[in-house]
Design a protein around this ligand. Structure first.
Ligand SMILES: Nc1ncnc2c1ncn2[C@@H]1O[C@H](COP(=O)(O)OP(=O)(O)OP(=O)(O)O)[C@@H](O)[C@H]1O
Length: 333
């Protein structure tokens, strides 16, 4: 089911020579994560902030659950939408518990007991044991822990939608990877619809069910990470998603993309079996590790092979993806 639908959404800032967001149309399915990527100034933050009406669109519509956000009271709208940004913005004089509670408190309708239970639930959810962290102040937390509190706070009113604007951008690589894992774990439990702005294509591949690529306010392509990698619509997307990187392709393309149906007999006999959803990299490592001439690929639980994978078929798939013609456009990376 579609959760957020953008219809020709446009934002023209006064005095600007072109729209910051230009007639963008796409859907975000319920419970999925859509990553917004693109060069600096391509309109990602503007697009995100129009969803909770921190920025008002110039034209077009954003429909959430069938209702145009412009017809909603902005304050009520923001209660239904969690918002996490890079500068976490915790209140320095409030404890962690008070910081998490504050949004739910403002939204109202909770008893003190319910609020306390909710805070503990959320702190557990984001991996901060309440007994240890409830009473700390933000200055007594690391950057990553502060981001976790920010995430807990955004989840406090149990919003169906989360908007995240470079939430992990200021963290070191290791903490960032941990936070991404944490978010994936939380998302498994809570199934929010997430719109996530990122400058980090690795992050977009890791977290996104869909990736929307913006350039100069326009939506250039939207698709799953594998779609973008295998079929970038032009050189801009190809470069942005690193479709020319052999490692990226090996890491993300599934073995089902590189099957041989009728390989020679030696490959069909006595070779190890392999799962269809595994990546080309995993298949290649297995081939190197076992020294087998091929792998029999089958779906979980089925004995019928879907096909076979060999170093040659992996090579063919990668060469083909790399040389696919793409429309040429100027790239400004
Ligand atoms: N309040 C504003 N008034 C006028 N122009 C603005 C305003 N905010 C953003 N812009 C312009 O709109 C365009 C898109 O900005 P936006 O912040 O949405 O891009 P972005 O893709 O999020 O960029 P970045 O990746 O650098 O954060 C830019 O050209 C920017 O200069």
């Amino acid at each position: 089911m579609v959760k957020i639908a953008f219809h020709n959404i446009t934002k023209q800032y006064p005095g600007a020579s072109r729209p910051a967001v230009d007639a963008v149309t796409f859907d975000v399915p319920e419970g999925s994560t859509c990553m917004l990527v693109g060069t600096s100034g391509s309109g990602k933050t503007t697009l995100l902030r129009m969803v909770n009406r921190l920025i008002e669109p110039s034209s077009g519509e954003i429909i959430i659950d069938g209702t145009n956000v412009l017809e909603e009271n902005p304050i009520q709208l923001r209660r239904r939408i969690g918002y996490v940004i890079q500068q976490v913005g915790l209140f320095p004089h409030m404890t962690v518990a008070e910081n998490v509670r504050v949004t739910a408190d403002i939204a109202g309708g909770w008893t003190r007991q319910q609020l306390n239970t909710r805070v503990d639930e959320l702190l557990n959810l984001v991996g901060l044991p309440p007994d240890e962290y409830r009473k700390r102040f933000p200055r007594q937390l690391s950057g990553g822990q502060q981001q976790r509190v920010g995430l807990a706070r955004a989840l406090a009113t149990d919003p169906a939608i989360l908007l995240m604007d470079e939430p992990f951008g200021a963290l070191d690589a290791i903490t960032r990877a941990r936070m991404q894992e944490e978010l994936m774990r939380v998302q498994k439990d809570v199934q929010k619809t997430i719109l996530f702005v990122s400058h980090d294509i690795e992050e977009a591949f890791k977290l996104g069910n869909q990736i929307a690529v913006l350039s100069e306010g326009k939506l250039v392509q939207i698709g799953s990470p594998v779609e973008l990698l295998a079929r970038p619509v032009n050189d801009f997307v190809r470069q942005l998603v690193g479709a020319d990187s052999i490692l990226r392709q090996l890491q993300y393309l599934p073995v089902s993309d590189a099957l041989e149906k009728q390989p020679e007999a030696a490959i069909q006999n006595n070779v190890p079996t392999f799962e269809a959803h595994a990546t080309l990299l995993e298949a290649m490592l297995k081939l190197l590790e076992t020294n087998a001439p091929g792998l029999k690929v089958q779906n979980n639980g089925s004995s019928e092979p879907l096909g076979y994978i060999t170093l040659a078929s992996i090579n063919r798939e990668i060469t083909q993806t790399r040389t696919q013609p793409a429309e040429h456009i100027e790239t400004k990376l």
